[in-house]
Design a protein around this ligand. Structure first.
Ligand SMILES: [Cu+2]
Length: 384
């Protein structure tokens, strides 16, 4: 009995020492959903594979050749059986697609109130900038229980943000913003990896996500404050003399920027696009690519002259202007929606984002409050 107890203890120690977790822990709201789909696929594929092997063995024995001169006979399978084994497995396998698409759409769009953190990948580190200006390298502090959206861009090659415990994974690409969001469910420190082979030191491109209780996160924020992203963006905006053209006057040579973010913009080509982060970014780097209707292609591009962090600051400032604009915007009287031609998508011409959906982009009322006396988006088409 004694010998048995000792050997069990030894065995336990051995197992503990060599135990490799089969699955990372579940630390986000996505994790249980992703795992459920994963186990469902595993069960269906495993079940089908095992059934096929067992049936092969069973038939091989049952229908084996019993005498040397026995010949094979042609079998007549009922047509209903043929349909059954085509349709039933197809439905099972299509369920992967259905479930996966449902999960994808659920996880693709961050909630409106998500905390937005800018992330820059470069060979070989992760840099993060919080909305209040805190910067971190290879460490990301986030609050538990609040959706967090990472807006990511690469300074060089393609990287990929991977946090196994959160079950999130998204490529980080040069010259374009990609997004991923998560909501941590329990405090802790979780691995963060680059999962795209990005050069010789790719394996060192690792870090930690530190999920903190909201009050601890607030304490951390207070300790690390360095002036907000938008404030730094504003300083840069003025330093680069952007305010020389984007004056907000009716005669300004550049479009009026407050309220631009999330709004529909008409281009000189007649195309209407949404002014999202990628559009604002492109308009800073290569302003000639998409010119707002009513303006000339006179802005110099800043390709190669700004770091990704500086571009993030400028974008943050321009987005912030949108919020400011919303505060000053007079409440538009509720108007009955104009009749639309049959077949037209009612949402097609409506702006998105922080703009009231009842005010179409082309008909934004002119603000009358002193803070918003400059021209408004819509008095001339807004962009660039
Ligand atoms: Cu990388």
């Amino acid at each position: 009995m004694m010998a048995l107890t000792v050997s069990t203890a030894h065995f336990d120690r051995l197992v503990t020492a060599f135990r490799v977790p089969l699955f990372p822990e579940q630390a986000s709201t996505h994790a249980p959903n992703v795992d459920a789909l994963y186990f469902f696929m595993l069960a269906v594929c495993g079940g089908v594979s095992i059934s096929i092997v067992l049936l092969i063995l069973f038939f091989a024995v049952k229908y084996r050749r019993r005498t040397p001169d026995q010949l094979a006979e042609e079998a007549h399978v009922p047509i209903a059986l043929e349909w059954a084994w085509i349709i039933i497995p197809s439905l099972f396998f299509m369920s992967f697609f259905g479930w996966g698409a449902w999960l994808y759409f659920q996880d693709a769009k961050a909630p409106q109130d998500a905390l937005e953190i800018a992330c820059t990948g470069r060979q070989w580190m992760w840099k993060f900038q919080h909305p209040d200006g805190q910067r971190e390298i290879n460490t990301l502090h986030v609050p538990v229980g609040k959706p967090v959206k990472l807006v990511m861009v690469s300074e060089d090659v393609i990287h990929s943000m991977f946090v196994p415990a959160f079950r999130i994974h998204m490529d980080v690409i040069p010259k374009r913003y990609t997004e991923v969001w998560f909501q941590a469910t329990k405090p802790g420190t979780y691995h963060m990896f680059c999962s795209q082979y990005c050069g010789t030191e790719h394996a060192n491109m690792i870090g930690s996500v530190i999920a903190l209780e909201p009050h601890e996160y607030q304490t951390w924020l207070n300790g690390a404050a360095t002036g907000s992203l938008a404030l730094r963006g504003e300083a840069l905006f003025n330093k680069l003399a952007c305010n020389g053209c984007h004056t907000g006057d009716a005669e300004a040579r550049g479009p009026y920027l407050p309220g631009l973010y999330g709004r529909n913009v008409q281009l000189t080509t007649g195309e209407v696009i949404v002014a999202d982060e990628n559009y604002i970014r492109e308009s800073i780097i290569k302003p000639g690519v998409k010119i707002a209707a009513g303006y000339d292609n006179i802005m110099p591009g800043y390709d190669g002259q700004l770091t990704e962090e500086q571009i993030i600051e400028l974008v943050a400032y321009i987005k912030h202007l949108g919020k400011k604009y919303d505060q000053f915007e007079p409440v538009a009287p509720p108007t009955a929606p104009a009749p639309r031609p049959a077949g037209q998508d009612p949402d097609q011409t409506l702006p998105i984002g922080n703009v009231r959906p009842s005010v179409p982009a082309e008909q934004v009322p002119t603000p009358t409050s002193p803070a918003a006396t400059p021209a408004v988006p819509g008095s001339r088409p807004t962009s660039n």
